[in-house]
Design a protein around this ligand. Structure first.
Ligand SMILES: NC(=O)c1ccc[n+]([C@@H]2O[C@H](COP(=O)([O-])OP(=O)(O)OC[C@H]3O[C@@H](n4cnc5c(N)ncnc54)[C@H](O)[C@@H]3O)[C@@H](O)[C@H]2O)c1
Length: 314
């Protein structure tokens, strides 16, 4: 099957493409920066790389006509681009996504998958102590969250008006050794500790819903390769943990880690961290490894990169 991955040379894309290639698919990646891949995530040599700008409809359409994909996924986004550049971010998030939907419609691409985000749900306080579902109304107020909510709205329009197969996945807080955009406090905590450097973060109680980058790549692969998913939207879910709890897991593995916090609070102001992902788990057989397993992997990924001795599980 021919698969086009747009925005594939970032954090999640190379891990997704490695899985697709491993399952025998023919993968093309269109990205603004097709050759800048993190040292932690090698680009599979089988992937055809094309330089293209998702905000330019002619780039997207030309690539879709050239590749003739059976499946298309868009990962290009203004992650962590801040709220200070509304025009440019709107072009990437809103126009870029719509260019993918429209080019797929015109070329008759059978299935489209796109990344939404847990940010759509907004603060956990909107849900009290219960997990948010895909059917809850969006409460996110950042530009990023509102753009993701609009992408979901637009996907529904294409599904309704043109009977297209478009599926969104809302990843939680993706974590891994080389994450540099979006929520990065959890990454900083683990990677600085792994390097033997002190790390000081604002709030010990700040909650995150953590999912390892390899796990979200597997989620995208399964949803993308499915012929007819039962739903238009899936929460990835993840493992809820405060930064204080994450620090405790790191200290179990690295007793000398110097992790400190400015204050204990943060839980009440946290984004959505209780998420019902039963839809995804039941339909796609998804199960995540324990957090401590993934933390150990991340610590050792960083230590390998720094040529430091690896840590063994206790
Ligand atoms: N990483 C997370 O924690 C997380 C959480 C929730 C949702 N998501 C969503 O998952 C998707 C992928 O996330 P990621 O962490 O891999 O992002 P990333 O920022 O690492 O990768 C995005 C890729 O898009 C490319 N890109 C940027 N502008 C482009 C343009 N104009 N044309 C073509 N390509 C362009 C970048 O070069 C990069 O390779 C995004 O939609 C993101 O919002 C990520």
């Amino acid at each position: 099957m021919a698969i086009l991955v747009i925005g594939g040379t970032g954090f999640i894309g190379p891990r997704l493409m490695r899985r697709l290639v491993g399952r025998g698919e023919t993968v093309t990646c269109m990205d603004l920066n097709p050759h800048s891949v993190s040292p932690f995530a090698a680009m599979p040599k089988e992937v055809t790389l094309i330089r293209g700008d998702v905000t330019r409809f002619d780039d997207v359409m030309r690539t879709v006509l050239q590749v003739k994909p059976d499946r298309l996924i868009n990962l290009a986004y203004g992650l962590g681009a801040g709220e200070g550049n509304p025009h440019q971010v709107m072009r990437l998030d809103i126009l870029g996504m719509d260019n993918c939907f429209e080019a797929a419609r015109l070329a008759g691409v059978k299935r489209v998958v796109y990344a939404s985000s847990i940010a759509v749900s907004g603060q956990q306080s909107h849900f009290g102590d219960r997990p948010a579902t895909e059917d809850d109304p969006p409460h996110g107020t950042s530009q990023y969250a509102v753009h993701k909510a609009f992408n979901e709205f637009q996907a529904q329009k294409y599904i309704k008006n043109y009977a297209m197969s478009i599926t969104g996945v809302r990843p939680a807080n993706v974590t891994g050794p080389d994450k540099v955009r979006g929520s990065t406090d959890h990454v900083q905590l683990m990677s600085e500790a792994a390097r033997g450097k002190p790390v000081h973060l604002p709030q010990k109680g700040r909650m995150r819903l953590l999912i390892h980058v390899e796990d979200i790549a597997e989620v995208f692969a399964r949803v993308l390769l499915a012929d007819a998913p039962q739903h238009a939207l899936y929460n990835s879910g993840g493992i809820p943990a405060s930064l204080g709890e994450l620090a405790d897991i790191v200290r179990e593995l690295l007793p000398d880690a110097k992790i400190t916090f400015e204050e204990d609070g943060g839980r009440a102001e946290s984004g959505n961290y209780l998420v019902d992902n039963s839809r995804l788990c039941k339909e796609f057989g998804i199960e995540y490894p324990p957090l401590a397993t993934r933390v150990l992997e991340i610590l050792n990924d960083v230590r390998r990169e720094e040529a430091l001795p690896l840590i063994r599980a206790r």
